[in-house]
Design a protein around this ligand. Structure first.
Ligand code: FAD
Length: 426
């Protein structure tokens, strides 16, 4: 069975970028449809359990991201009164800690209250084009084939699926397909003793023992033990971002291998903690998330490619549409460490041209697949910045649809004026 639906602006992917893009466009009056492949919104925040949203401020008490992302996170905050162990002050903390079940609910209510039409369980895996324009994106669902037509499309899939399907050029990895930041299966463990909750305290002696096992190759994950462990709201529960596996998230065979290997790492690392950390003897696996989380895949080639030096030198551009303050943080592909580069100043600008792909006339991209080199990606991949690029893409898509002008030809001043009215910092 075939069906056709139509909107002015079609947003594909309901993660940090897509949620904000759809709200920005819809609030301005564009008939906006948001298509998400899972049965809930949130992207990595919910489907991969990435709990720390970074970063709304410059580390000196000044916000660098406000507007709709700030409003969205404050909405989450309202529901998190129960417990936020030290990561909730958007003006000061380096991250905002969100809890995925709350975010799933808040995200859906946030987009619905902006009058966005939501399609869940909609995996977009084809596009219909007319010359340089996308006519519709195609969803297959249990025998239904749904054509979703629009004036303007915003690719917020994280992996640039729509851009790829439309023939936009892209770069993947570090100039070499095998070099991509690793994937991670995050987890929550329960049964941690009082001694270790909410703060995980590991003795010198325990660390020495784990270090020795790691050096002898007996630790199940490539990261140094015990890895990043944070308290969750319920007593005795701790979250772990510890596992690593190098894979290309856009290749189903590599992705399958990654899911299997990462789950093995989760089970083995829990056994390891039980054996080496006092107070962890009775821990059990409470939860893993819907999928292994991807940090890096396709980055589109846009009208400008944001570079490492732009980030480090804290450049601003005449077509700034957002700011960021997160430094360059790249996990090396084998997961054994990371490359960290501090900024020379406190924030950098993100130009509008990074959201505008070459070749296709009615497509914008927001989130981690925007046009940048792999080092700049290490900075702009964090979720507050993905949200901010989402807001700019939403505004631009609305203007493009209303004026019947391709996003590439819009007056940048007009986009910036609307963003400022929406309290975005540019
Ligand atoms: C383990 C890990 C730790 C991280 N740590 C941090 C951190 O501490 N702080 C931080 O801020 N960031 C962190 N990140 C990075 C951050 O999570 C991502 O860069 C960010 O989520 C990207 O946002 P996005 O909206 O571009 O894409 P995503 O979050 O990937 O969202 C994309 C959405 O599109 C949907 N989708 C994908 N393809 C299709 C399709 N074809 N059709 C329909 N829907 C589709 C997906 O289901 C998803 O909902 C981490 C990432 C990982 C994996």
């Amino acid at each position: 069975m075939e069906k056709k639906i139509k909107g002015d602006v079609i947003v594909i992917g309901g993660g940090p970028a897509g949620i904000i893009a759809s709200v920005a466009s819809s609030r301005l009056g564009a008939k906006t449809i948001l298509i998400e492949r899972y049965g809930f919104l949130g992207g990595n925040m919910t489907n991969a359990g990435v709990i720390n949203i970074r970063t709304f401020n410059d580390g000196k008490g000044n916000l660098v991201i406000k507007g709709i992302p700030y409003e969205f996170v404050n909405e989450i905050k309202k529901y998190q009164k129960i417990f936020t162990p030290g990561a909730e002050n958007l003006e000061k903390d380096d991250c905002f800690r969100q809890y995925p079940e709350i975010t799933k609910y808040v995200s859906q209510e946030f987009v619905l209250s902006a009058n966005v039409k939501l399609i869940l369980h909609g995996f977009v895996n084809d596009v219909i084009k007319e010359k340089n324009k996308i006519k519709s994106v195609v969803i297959f669902y249990k025998g239904q084939k749904i054509y979703c037509e629009g004036d303007v499309f915003i690719d917020c899939t994280g992996d640039g699926d729509v851009a790829y399907l439309s023939g936009v050029d892209f770069i993947k990895g570090w100039g070499n397909k095998n070099k991509l930041q690793p994937l991670t299966t995050t987890f929550i463990i329960g049964g941690v003793s009082k001694k270790h909750w909410p703060k995980v305290k590991i003795s010198k002696e325990e660390m020495e023992k784990m270090k020795k096992e790691f050096e002898e190759g007996n630790y199940p994950c490539p990261t140094y033990p015990p890895g990043a462990l944070f308290a969750m709201p319920r007593k005795g529960e701790i979250y772990g971002n510890v596992t690593r596996y190098p894979a290309d998230i856009t290749d189903i065979f590599e992705m399958t291998k990654a899911e299997i290997e990462l789950r093995r790492q989760v089970w083995k690392v829990i056994e390891f903690y039980r054996k080496y950390i006092k107070g962890f003897e009775k821990i059990y696996l409470q939860q893993t998330f819907t999928q292994a989380g991807g940090r890096e895949s396709r980055r589109i080639i846009g009208e400008y490619i944001l570079k490492e030096e732009d980030i480090l030198e804290c450049k601003n551009f005449p077509d700034n549409i957002a700011k960021g303050s997160y430094p360059i943080d790249i996990l090396v592909p084998d997961g054994s460490g990371d490359i960290w580069k501090e900024l020379k100043n406190s924030s950098y600008g993100i130009p509008y041209r990074c959201l505008v792909p070459k070749k296709i006339d009615n497509l914008l991209v927001a989130g981690r697949c925007i046009s940048c080199d792999y080092k700049a990606l290490g900075a702009i991949r964090v979720m507050a910045i993905c949200m901010a690029t989402g807001q700019a893409a939403g505004v631009s898509a609305y203007l493009s649809s209303k004026k019947k002008i391709p996003p590439r030809e819009l007056e940048i001043k007009e986009i910036q004026e609307i963003l400022k009215k929406q309290e975005a910092i540019i």
